[in-house]
Design a protein around this ligand. Structure first.
Ligand SMILES: NC(=O)c1ccc[n+]([C@@H]2O[C@H](COP(=O)([O-])OP(=O)(O)OC[C@H]3O[C@@H](n4cnc5c(N)ncnc54)[C@H](O)[C@@H]3O)[C@@H](O)[C@H]2O)c1
Length: 381
């Protein structure tokens, strides 16, 4: 993977790996050096859909006792059928051999019986993206699982600290997501990327109540299955999907507002080094503009995440996109690309675009870029 990668980018990514390990929660709530994971022997994945199957495969192959829980017998048989399809595909790509497949067939337990989770150390729920459903599930599991069990959620967008106001004529009642547990400090986001058995990147998300022990346990579990966990704060869509959202939004604009054809946008982006492009472009002129239009708002969104305290370092955003999205490694990731091209240039371009579309949320300019723009203007005076 590192072939042809410039030395500077290699060092930068090695530094990102180190920074990812040195996680810390705000307000002295604990960090990597003073927090201990609970010992994990048994992991349960709830929901055997796209994500749950990939997550369960990862834990089972790493030697954990792995229990996958589905809704009903029909869902169990769908899950088993889909797993067989995955095993066959992975064998074709030589990522799974016969002995590993047999290990999965023999050891991965698939059940509808939640009571089998009594001794489970870590739950990773991957049921539908529905807050009410996830809360009901955690309420049920809290009565079954042992007190030390950590509750991971693979949600890609739901707010760990969501407050629901239940109206009544006399009082409003506020209910937080984690409050459904007897001990809300045990809830932690463990956001795998699809396909979860292959992609090495994981976002670990802390909410207002998440304990450092829950974070340490999530990190330990991810490391054991050879993933790279990165700690991020709780906000809509977290970090990876926030940047991805603006990228996809820009590609839509290229099509609908600037008249580019989808296959051309794709070709430009793949020529830039991505494994796949979002869409396409009609004109072979001005390709760099196209790339900047897609990528500069991601740099901005990354700075916003850092300024909001959602994530600590630019490197960590970059490693997410290299491992999680197939970002062309030679450019070092979105934030490094912005630095290499010059953040003054990124700032000036985005400020111009924001003046053209002042109400577009994509162009809410990060302070870091505003300052870079100011510095650039002052140096010209
Ligand atoms: N698909 C992705 O690319 C992706 C990526 C990252 C995170 N996520 C998140 O992962 C979660 C799962 O997504 P998915 O794409 O795997 O969904 P999916 O629809 O493929 O699978 C969900 C599974 O959960 C099962 N389920 C529902 N309620 C259940 C219950 N009460 N008990 C046990 N099983 C139950 C369903 O039968 C289904 O098999 C969501 O929160 C989603 O936002 C998805």
């Amino acid at each position: 993977m590192m072939k042809n990668v410039p030395e500077e980018i290699k060092n930068y990514l090695m530094e990102a790996h180190q920074l990812a390990k040195q996680w810390h929660l705000p307000n002295n709530r604990g960090n990597y050096s003073n927090s201990e994971s609970i010992p994990i022997k048994c992991v349960s994945v709830i929901g055997g859909g796209t994500m749950g199957r990939g997550i369960a495969i990862s834990f089972c192959l790493a030697g954990f006792e792995t229990i996958l829980v589905e809704l009903n017998e029909q869902a169990v048989s769908n899950c088993k059928r889909e797993l067989e399809i995955t095993y066959a595909r992975e064998k074709t790509f030589k990522r799974l051999n016969d002995s590993k497949t047999e290990k999965l067939r023999n050891n991965l337990q698939i059940t509808t019986d939640f009571h089998k989770l009594e001794n489970c150390d870590l739950i990773v729920e991957a049921v539908f993206e529905d807050m009410k459903l996830k809360k009901e599930l955690f309420t049920k599991l809290d009565k079954i699982c042992k007190p030390s069990c950590i509750f991971g959620t693979n949600t890609s967008s739901l707010d760990l600290d969501e407050v629901i106001v239940e109206s009544s004529t006399l009082h409003d009642r506020y209910i937080q997501m984690s409050s459904v547990l007897r001990n809300p400090t045990k809830v932690v986001g463990i956001h795998f990327f699809n396909p979860a058995n292959l992609i090495r990147m994981v976002e670990v998300i802390y909410g207002s109540y998440t304990s450092s022990q829950a974070v340490a346990t999530a990190f330990e579990a991810c490391n054991a299955i050879k993933k790279l966990p990165v700690l991020v704060g709780n906000c809509p869509a977290f970090v990876f999907n926030r940047l991805l959202g603006v990228y996809l939004n820009q590609s839509q604009k290229l099509m609908y507002e600037y008249g580019y054809l989808p296959h051309k946008i794709d070709r430009i982006v793949t020529n830039f080094g991505f494994l796949m492009g979002p869409l396409t472009v009609a004109d072979m002129n001005g390709l760099d503009d196209v790339i900047n239009f897609l990528l500069y708002p991601m740099v901005n969104e990354g700075f916003l995440c850092i300024e909001e305290g959602i994530i600590d370092h630019e490197n960590l955003i970059d490693i997410m996109f290299i491992l999680g999205f197939g970002w062309p490694i030679t450019t070092g990731g979105p934030m490094k690309l912005g630095r290499l091209q010059g953040i003054e240039k990124v700032a000036n371009t985005l400020i111009l675009w924001s003046s053209l579309e002042p109400n577009d949320r994509t162009y809410k300019i990060a302070e870091t870029l505003k300052q870079a723009n100011q510095k650039n203007l002052s140096s010209k005076l």
